[in-house]
Design a protein around this ligand. Structure first.
Ligand code: FES
Length: 147
């Protein structure tokens, strides 16, 4: 049995310890805001926070994060007051929207660590892929959230 905390709630998954966190969140906890894109650690659609740092949930086994604190987009956006979420709305960032929860999680982790990132630092930190090409709006939203 694997135990850790998801969005402030203790979880006890009765799943194989090698199960990717992405599938435990989606299938066992019904937290479907965390998306499956590539399953290979490339796209970032599955980005969550583990102990405050961004992580690609498709690449993290549940057995490797015993005792950790996991945060998903559902907790970040719960009361619609997070500055990154507000900036995303103000800049009308999404197009198709599929990658956006991962983008917001990556952006929130960046702002937490670096409250005033330069464009270069944004580009280095946000390695998630958006096939609609919303990158200019993502940069603007991150700068807005950082104000
Ligand atoms: Fe995890 Fe693409 S689904 S990085």
């Amino acid at each position: 049995m694997t135990r850790f905390t998801v969005n402030g709630q203790p979880v006890h998954y009765r799943m194989d310890a090698r199960t990717p966190l992405l599938w435990a969140l989606r299938d066992a906890s019904n937290l479907t805001g965390t998306k499956y894109g590539c399953g290979a650690g490339q796209c970032g659609a599955c980005t969550v926070h583990i102990d405050g740092a961004p992580a690609r949930a498709c690449q993290v086994t549940i057995g490797s994060i015993e005792g950790a604190f996991v945060t998903t987009i559902e907790a970040l956006s719960r009361d619609r007051s997070h500055p990154v979420q507000q900036a995303w709305v103000a800049e009308n960032v999404p197009q198709c929207g599929y990658c956006q929860s991962g983008m917001i999680m990556a952006a929130a982790a960046l702002i937490e660590k670096n409250p005033d990132p330069s464009d270069e630092e944004i580009d280095q930190a946000i390695t998630n892929i958006c096939r609609c090409g919303t990158y200019p709006r993502i940069r603007r939203a991150i700068r807005r959230a950082a104000q």
